[in-house]
Design a protein around this ligand. Sequence first.
Ligand code: GDP
Length: 489
Amino acid sequence: QLSTPHIIHPHLHFTSPKGGSHKSSTKDCLSRYESALYRKESPYKPSSYLITKLRKYEKLHKRCGPYTESYNRTVRNLDPDNHDRETSDQACKYLVQIPFDGLGNRILSLASAFLYALLTDRVLLVYDKEGETADLFCEPFPETTWILPQDFPIRNRLENMSQESPECYGNMLMNHSGINSSFVYLHLIYTFDDYDKLFFCDQDQNFIQNVSWVIMKSQFYFAPSLFLIKSFEQELASLFPEKETVFHFLGRYLFHPSNPVWELITRYHRTYLAKSDEKIGIQIRTFHPRFLAAAFNFTTSSLEPVPDTILACLFNNNLLPEININESQTGQKNENSKSVKSVIVTSLTSKYYEKLRDVFWEHSTVTGDEVGVFQPSSEGDQKTGDKKHDRKAWAEIYLLSLTDKLITSPWSTFGYVAQGLGGLRPWILHMPKDEMVPDPPCTRAVSMEPCFHKPVVNGCKMRTAVDDTGALDRYVRACEDASQGLKLV
Ligand code: GDP
C-alpha cells in the first residue's frame, strides 16, 4: 500500500490526500512513501487546523509558484523600470529564503521561514545556489516547486545581500530611509543588530505585510520569537495546541530525503540497525573553544573526558546496561531474554566512537545484553556545499531521528533536527570544563523543540509600545544548553 500516503500516515495526512497528484510520482520521492516503514508513528497528533492550513498553503503555492501567471506578474515588480506594479488583492506575496551555515542551521531556519510564510500568506521559495537543496530534499508541495527559478530577476544579488544593502529592513529603520524598493531584505544571521531584530515586533510586521517580496537570510530556528508577536499569537495557538510540536510537524512535513539520501539511510538502517531490539543515538559535536566563548560564554577544557562523560550519561540514565569491569565476569542473563542494542554514533571524528566501541567489545554487560557500536562516517571537517558530504550529514541526522533514545551535544543544530524529527526528548551532554567528567554528565531536555540561540527578548522595547512580556513565560523557556536562548515547551 505504498501508493496511498494517508494510509501510511493514518493521522498525519501530511501528504496531500490526493497523493498521486504530486507532481513527482511515487518513485520520484521514495522517502515520502517508505518512511513509515522505518519510523515509529508519532505519538503526537497535528491539529486539524494545522492540516487545513497546510492544504490551503499547498493551493496557494500552486497558484502562485514559479512561472504561474501570478508569479510572472509579481516578478515584474522587481524590475525598477516597471512602473505598472501589480497591486491587486489577488496578488501573491513571496518569501525568498537564502540558506546560510551548516545543514542543521539551514533546515531549522527553513522550517522557521515556512512557519512565517504560513502566518503571513506568503509563498516560500528557496534560493538554491548550486542545487544543494534540490539534491537533498524532495519537493514538499504538490504539483509545484519551492526552488527559486534561475532567471529570478535579482538572483545574482541575493548572495551579497547584507546589512549594508539599501533594501535591508534594519538599515532602512536606522536611516529613516523608508522603503523605495519593491522588496525588503531581512538580515537574520548572527551579525544582526537591534534594528534587524525589530522584525520580531508587531508594528514592523504591519509594515512588512504590504511588501510583495520579502528576502530573508537566516540561520536560526526563530520560530519561538514568532510566538511573542501579538498578531500571530492566536493563530499559532490554533495551529499548535502542543507548542513543543512545532518543528516536529513542520520538519516531518517539509523535509523528505531525496532518493540518493534515502538510499544511504535505508541501506545503513538495514545493515546496522534493523535487527536490534533497541537503537541508541549518540551525536558528538565539538566546537572551537573560541566560538564557544564568544557565542555561549562557555570555556571548555580538553575534550579528553568526553567518552567517559557519554558512558556516565548512558549508565546513570539506564540508557544502556552497565558493563562488567572484571574481565572474568560474563553476562548473567539467560540467552532467551538477551537483547541486542545498536548504538549509532555520529561525529566528524572517529576517536570518540573508537573508545565507546572498545568498551563494549572488551567488556560484557551485566545483563548479558549485546551492544554493538557503529559510526556511519567520520568526515573530519565540515564541508557544507560538497554534495556528497551534505548527503551523508542529512542521512546521519535522519538515522539519529530513527533511534529510540538519543544523546545529543549542546549547542548543535544538527542534533536539534534529529531530536525534532524523531519526536525525541534527548539527553544533552555537558561538555567538560576542567578536565573532569561533569556532574551530572547530561541533562534531559524539557522539550523536543530546537533552541533559538539568539532570540530578541526586549527588542521591541525600542518601540514606544512595550510588548506583553507575559508571553515569554507562557510559551518559551531558557534552553538547557544556552541560558540566553529560548525554546518552546
Ligand atoms: P551545528 O554546527 O552543529 O549547529 O550543525 P550544522 O549542521 O549547522 O553544521 C555542522 C556541519 O558539519 C554539518 O551540517 C555537517 O556538514 C558537518 N557535521 C557536523 N557533525 C557531523 C556528523 O556527525 N556527521 C556528519 N556527516 N557531518 C557532520
